[in-house]
Design a protein around this ligand. Sequence first.
Ligand code: FES
Length: 119
Amino acid sequence: MTAADTAPEHPPSYYRHHIFFCVNERANGEACCAQHAAQQAFEHCKARVRALGLAGPGQVRVNKAGCLDRCAGGPVAVVYPEGVWYTYVDTADIDEIVASHLRDGVVVERLRLPPDVGR
Ligand code: FES
């Protein structure tokens, strides 16, 4: 028997959920997530995840990202490993994503980004 025979097919991910917030800013006036308070949403999410005791290995990681190329639907965030894309309006929306998806594993359908939204 080799190590490969006993290794799980998909070892557990370092983080249970990983959420990326686009915080990209464009100086040329084109649409960008920074126009929609994306940085504040990122900071709010990070603080909320920490406050609920969800941060760290085996749990949740909140990261900034550059342009995710779905600017027309901005502000956007994406949760892995599910690959669920969200758009949001205010901190209440962020709180709902944290409590429902990141803590309870239930996708927030009303905040899903439509599948055809691109740049
Ligand atoms: S600027 Fe946010 S997805 Fe492009």
